[in-house]
Ligand binder design. Structure first.
Ligand SMILES: NC(=O)c1ccc[n+]([C@@H]2O[C@H](COP(=O)([O-])OP(=O)(O)OC[C@H]3O[C@@H](n4cnc5c(N)ncnc54)[C@H](OP(=O)(O)O)[C@@H]3O)[C@@H](O)[C@H]2O)c1
Length: 439
C-alpha cells in the first residue's frame, strides 16, 4: 500500500475547515480526541488505512501503523517551522503539556518525535532543527550600533546552577558594545554572535542540573552574566544566584530597570564608599540611572547629598532628595568644598577635579573609568557592579514600599531595540525593552 498523507500545522480555528475538506475526500476523522487538555487535536485516518495522523494547534505528529510510504507535505512551511522549533514548557498556556515530564524530558520527547517524522517521510520539507528564539545580536565589533540586529538564535543552553528565564522585560546599557565581555568569554575567546542586555525580569521556565533556590514558574529579576548571552532575547540562561524573586506589585518593566542602577548605587555608596549618617556625599549625574538611585539611598541613610548634572537635571535631583544641586556647566565644582565621599559616573575632567574635593580619610568612588588623579589623603576606587541576590531583594522591597523611585523613560519592543541604543533615541530615564507581554 502506498499512502500519501498530509501533515499539516493549523491554527485551531482552521480545524473545522480541515475536517470538512478531509471528510469530503473519504478520510475518517476523530475531532477533539485531544492528547491533553490544552491541545485540541484531530486524528485523521486515510481510507483503507490503520494509520492516523494527529494535527491541531501544536506539533503535528504521525502515529505509526501500517505505513508503507509517508509523504510529509506541509501546507505552511513557515508556520510549521515556527511551531516545531518553539521551545515548550510545562504549564505554558496554549502549548502542549506533559504533566509528569521535566522540561528536558519534554524536549527529548519532541526531538525523538521529530526524528521519527523525518525518518518516516519519503519526501518532506524539513521543518525544524531544534528550538530557536528571537534575539538581538552583534557580530562585528567595527560596525558599532549599526551591527545590532534582530536574528533567530538557538534556545540557550542551561548549565549547572542555571535557570532559563522567559524574558518579559530587559534593560541594556548604551556603552556595552565597548565592554570586553560583549565580545569574548571568560577565557578571552570570541563569543560572537552575542546578545547584549544584562538586566532581566521574567519567569523561570527551566532549571539546570542541581539548581536550587528558584522554581519553574517563579517571577524573577536580576543581572545576567557579562560574558554570556544577555537579556535582549526571548530566553536567557542565568546563574540562579544572580537573580532574586520578584515581589507581587512590581511590574517586569520596573524590575528590569533596577538591577544595574540599584546594585551599583548601593555598592558604590556603602560597600566601597562606607557612607555613614551625617556625612556629605557628592553624587555626579544625580538624575541619571545610577545617580538617581544613589541620591535616594544616601538621603535615606542620613547623609547630606550634593547632586550634580546639567541644568535640566536640577528639579529631578532635588525632587529625589538632594539637598543641593550643582549645575556642572554653569557652577564651579570646587565651590562645593570638602566632602566625605564622591560618587562619579561621568569620568574625564569631572572625575579628575573631584579628587581634590575628598576630605582626609574620605573616598572617591567611580564607575566610569579607573581614576588617574587620586585624593591626596583618601582612597580611590573603581569597580564593576557584582550580582547580589539579597541586596536585589532589599531594593525590590524599597521599590514596592515606595521608598525608592526609578525613572523609566521609553518602553520599546525587541524589534525596536537596535534603534533604542542610538543616541538620537535618547529620552530622559531608562529605556526598557518589553519582550513578552504579561505580568
Ligand atoms: N562600573 C560599573 O559597574 C557601572 C555600572 C553602571 C553604569 N556604569 C557606567 O556609568 C555611567 C553612568 O551610568 P548611568 O546608567 O547612570 O547613565 P545615565 O543614566 O546616562 O546617567 C548619567 C547622568 O550623568 C549626566 N552627565 C553625563 N555627562 C555629564 C556632563 N559632562 N555634565 C553634566 N552631566 C553629565 C547625564 O546627563 P545627560 O543625560 O544630560 O547627558 C545623566 O544624567 C555609564 O558610563 C555606565 O556605562 C558602570
Amino acid at each position: 500500500m502506498d499512502l500519501k498523507l498530509e501533515l499539516i500545522v493549523l491554527p485551531v480555528s482552521d480545524v473545522d475547515r480541515a475536517k470538512a475538506f478531509y471528510e469530503a475526500a473519504g478520510f475518517r476523522l476523530d475531532l477533539d480526541k485531544a492528547v491533553n487538555e490544552d491541545w485540541r487535536a484531530v486524528h485523521l485516518t486515510p481510507p483503507g488505512s490503520e494509520c492516523s495522523i494527529i494535527f491541531g494547534t501544536g506539533i503535528t505528529s504521525a502515529v505509526p501503523g501500517s505505513v508503507q510510504g509517508l509523504y510529509l507535505i506541509v501546507s505552511d512551511v513557515e508556520a510549521a517551522r515556527a511551531e516545531l522549533r518553539r521551545p515548550w514548557h510545562r504549564g505554558e498556556r496554549g502549548l502542549p503539556r506533559c504533566r509528569r515530564a521535566s522540561p528536558s524530558r519534554e524536549r527529548r520527547a519532541i526531538e525523538s518525535r521529530l526524528s521519527w517524522v523525518r525518518s518516516s517521510c519519503s519526501t518532506s520539507h524539513i521543518v525544524g532543527e531544534g528550538p530557536v528564539m528571537q534575539a538581538i545580536t552583534v557580530r562585528d565589533r567595527a560596525a558599532g550600533l549599526a551591527g545590532l540586529s534582530l536574528t533567530e538564535e538557538p534556545y540557550p543552553h542551561v548549565a549547572e546552577n542555571d535557570v532559563v528565564v522567559r524574558v518579559h522585560a530587559a534593560g541594556f546599557t548604551r556603552g556595552e558594545l565597548d565592554w570586553p565581555g560583549t565580545w569574548s568569554d571568560r577565557a578571552g575567546h570570541d563569543r560572537t554572535p552575542s546578545v547584549p542586555g544584562h538586566e532581566v525580569s521574567g519567569i523561570v521556565v527551566e532549571l539546570g542540573y542541581g539548581t536550587t533556590g528558584l522554581s519553574v514558574g517563579q517571577r524573577v529579576f536580576g543581572l545576567t552574566d557579562w560574558t554570556r548571552n544577555g537579556s535582549l532575547a526571548e530566553y536567557v540562561a542565568v546563574e540562579a544566584r544572580n537573580l532574586a524573586p520578584l515581589p507581587a506589585g512590581i511590574s517586569h518593566t520596573m524590575a528590569a530597570a533596577l538591577p544595574i542602577s540599584g546594585l551599583t548605587a548601593w555598592q558604590a555608596l556603602f560597600d566601597h564608599g562606607r557612607l555613614a549618617a551625617g556625612q556629605t556625599v557628592l553624587i555626579h549625574g544625580a538624575a541619571g540611572g545610577v545617580g538617581s538611585v544613589a541620591v535616594q539611598l544616601a538621603r535615606e541613610a542620613g547623609a547630606r547629598v550634593i547632586g550634580t548634572g546639567r541644568a535640566a537635571a536640577r528639579d529631578t535631583a532635588l525632587g529625589l532628595g538632594a539637598d543641593v544641586f550643582l549645575d556642572l556647566e554653569a557652577d564651579r565644582l570646587e565651590d562645593v568644598g570638602e566632602v566625605d565621599l564622591v560618587l562619579d559616573v561621568i569620568g574625564g575632567d569631572i572625575l579628575d577635579r573631584s579628587a581634590a574635593l575628598v576630605r582626609s580619610g574620605g573616598t572617591l568612588v567611580t564607575i566610569a573609568v579607573p581614576p588617574t588623579v587620586l585624593p591626596r589623603n583618601g582612597r580611590a576606587i573603581f569597580f564593576v557592579v557584582e550580582p547580589d541576590r539579597a541586596r536585589l531583594a532589599d531594593l525590590a522591597r524599597r521599590l514596592r514600599d515606595g521608598r525608592l523611585r526609578l525613572i523609566v523613560g521609553a518602553v520599546r519592543t525587541l524589534a525596536e531595540a537596535p534603534a533604542a541604543f542610538a543616541p538620537a533615541q535618547l529620552t530622559p530615564g531608562k529605556t526598557i525593552i518589553r519582550v513578552t507581554e504579561g505580568e
